[in-house]
Design a protein around this ligand. Structure first.
Ligand SMILES: Cc1cc2nc3c(=O)[nH]c(=O)nc-3n(C[C@H](O)[C@H](O)[C@H](O)COP(=O)(O)OP(=O)(O)OC[C@H]3O[C@@H](n4cnc5c(N)ncnc54)[C@H](O)[C@@H]3O)c2cc1C
Length: 286
């Protein structure tokens, strides 16, 4: 079991990992890709660099992890649980730790489909493990086309009457041996009266569903927070002054906590989280 698992290898995650490791902790970093830095083509306001690309800075961060012998797993986290210890599930594995740090960047996986926002909490859900229970023997759809969508569909399958993957014109992720209904048509809107009733496609066909689980792309920060009951407000994870969420032992840092969405703020918060967890472990609080 690790002392701490850090999800994300951007400025926040790497800073947290560097401090935690140098403080003597057993650290694992899990990250799926370059994150927001991929889009930052020219950074000219970060201390010590006249100009650097986001890609370069990310690669430097990974080099720093390697230099300190910090374990890095390149994988996508799809589930987060707590029962006496944290369990972090990726597409390929399950890892355990005493503490978890969300350093997953900003959340933005709400699809721009008419009806989705309107029916949130009335048939539209963002968490299969949280809400599957409400859809026993009902017809549900999962909206998405990647590993995360398949993971959510697999949770729903034993509970719901039927589960259909709606890819909304995207190609379903390859190399998966799955037994699910798949509908790849483009979605026009989600309709219902006081709750979700049907999905209407661009070719005027319809699919009757009682619920839609949104799982587009990768599990976003908000998705992961919801799975474990961490409070989210205005798309940001709510943390106290020590950057701990309302779930004891679960911390968040960087863009996912909101405020100034800049590298300097992400590295500061990563540093603070690393030091906080060292203190907790050294004082035997967990
Ligand atoms: C176009 C653009 C230009 C910018 N220019 C600047 C600039 O000039 N100066 C500046 O200071 N800031 C700039 N920024 C902002 C800066 O990039 C962010 O503030 C910073 O990257 C935030 O760091 P972070 O570690 O919080 O998140 P990120 O850098 O987004 O890192 C998130 C990490 O989490 C991982 N992750 C997310 N979900 C999962 C999951 N489910 N499973 C596994 N891993 C996951 C990602 O793969 C990634 O490794 C810019 C941003 C954009 C979009």
């Amino acid at each position: 079991m690790y002392d701490v698992i850090i999800i994300g290898a951007g400025p926040a995650g790497v800073s947290a990992a560097v401090y935690a490791k140098r403080g003597g902790l057993n650290v694992l970093v899990i990250a799926k890709d370059t994150g927001t830095l991929e889009k930052a083509k020219k950074i000219e306001n970060y201390y010590g660099f006249k100009s650097i690309t986001g890609e370069e800075l990310y690669r430097n961060g990974l080099e720093q992890l390697k230099h300190l012998n910090i374990e890095l797993v390149k994988d996508e986290v799809v589930q987060l649980n707590y029962t006496k210890k944290f369990e972090v599930t990726t597409v390929n594995n399950v890892f355990e730790s005493k503490y978890v740090v969300l350093a997953t960047g900003v959340s933005r996986n709400v699809p721009n489909i008419r009806g989705i926002k309107e029916f949130e909490g009335k048939g539209v859900s963002y968490c299969a493990i949280c809400d599957a229970f409400f859809y026993r023997n009902k017809n549900v759809a999962v909206l998405g086309s990647g590993n995360y969508a398949i993971h959510e569909a697999e949770i729903l399958k034993p509970v719901a009457k039927s589960v259909t993957l709606l890819t909304n014109n995207e190609k379903l992720v390859e190399n998966r041996d799955i037994d699910l209904n798949v509908n790849e048509k483009k979605i026009r809107e989600v309709r219902g009266y006081d709750k979700v009733d049907e999905v209407v496609f661009d070719d005027d066909t319809k699919e009757k569903v009682n619920g839609i689980f949104v799982a587009i792309g990768t599990a976003s920060t908000n998705d992961l927070a919801r799975k474990i009951g961490a409070r989210v407000e205005n798309n940001n994870i709510v943390v106290n002054e020590n950057l701990e969420t309302n779930v004891p032992g679960l911390y968040a840092c960087g863009d996912c906590t909101g405020g100034i969405l800049q590298i300097s703020k992400a590295t500061y918060e990563g540093t603070k989280v690393g030091l906080e967890i060292i203190n907790k472990i050294k004082n035997g609080k967990k």
